[in-house]
Design a protein around this ligand. Structure first.
Ligand SMILES: Cc1cc2nc3c(=O)[nH]c(=O)nc-3n(C[C@H](O)[C@H](O)[C@H](O)COP(=O)(O)O)c2cc1C
Length: 169
């Protein structure tokens, strides 16, 4: 039987859910047994052999559902291989590298004490129609690049190289 891997995620507008599903599909293709669940519904980490946790980024931080789940199960997570990912616009081609560096440092603080296997920062998707007027106005002022910037090949490649390392549990 393949190792059981929990892929859990926090999303605001849905793009991170699709990234989590793509990660799960790539892990399944490598013989692992992935379960994809929203962080709010994820339950105990100890039911799995390894965990992949991902979140959308808002205002430079993961969403609370992801950080709450991480703090709830941090002790269990210290005993198993864990990979982390973020979905954001800082990873778009024309983004400022210093924003990416800040995000990397933030993720490193989240990873403290974990058996971290790998971290990835993926370009996400911004659909102004899915946002409230307030958020839309704010992001337009910040000139956030609308559109789907997700690189499915990069996501698949990351998950494929991750599989054997998660499976070593
Ligand atoms: C209110 C809001 C704030 C955001 N803040 C950031 C940010 O600080 N840094 C960043 O790189 N991307 C930021 N983004 C872009 C999102 O991370 C990106 O659109 C991501 O794909 C959203 O994922 P989701 O569809 O799963 O919610 C923000 C988006 C929104 C709507």
């Amino acid at each position: 039987m393949g190792k059981r891997v929990l892929i859990t995620y926090a999303t605001g507008a849905g793009s991170t859910q699709e990234v989590a599903q793509a990660v799960a599909d790539a892990l399944a293709a490598q013989g692992l047994e992935p379960t994809v669940t929203r962080a709010q519904d994820a339950g105990a980490a100890s039911d799995y052999d390894a965990v992949v946790l991902g979140s959308a980024v808002r205002a430079g931080r993961w969403l609370p559902a992801a950080t709450n789940w991480l703090s709830t199960y941090r002790r269990e997570l210290a005993e198993m291989p864990v990979a982390l990912f973020a979905v954001c616009l800082s990873a778009c081609d024309d983004a400022k590298p210093e924003q990416l560096e800040t995000l990397r440092a933030y993720i490193a603080t989240q990873a403290e004490g974990l058996q971290l296997v790998d971290t990835a920062i993926f370009a996400g998707k911004l659909d102004y129609d899915k946002l409230s007027i307030l958020l839309r106005g704010m992001l337009k002022l910040m000139r956030a690049p609308e559109g789907d910037h997700r690189n499915w090949q990069a996501i698949q490649n990351w998950a494929t190289q991750l599989a054997p390392r998660l499976g070593e549990a």
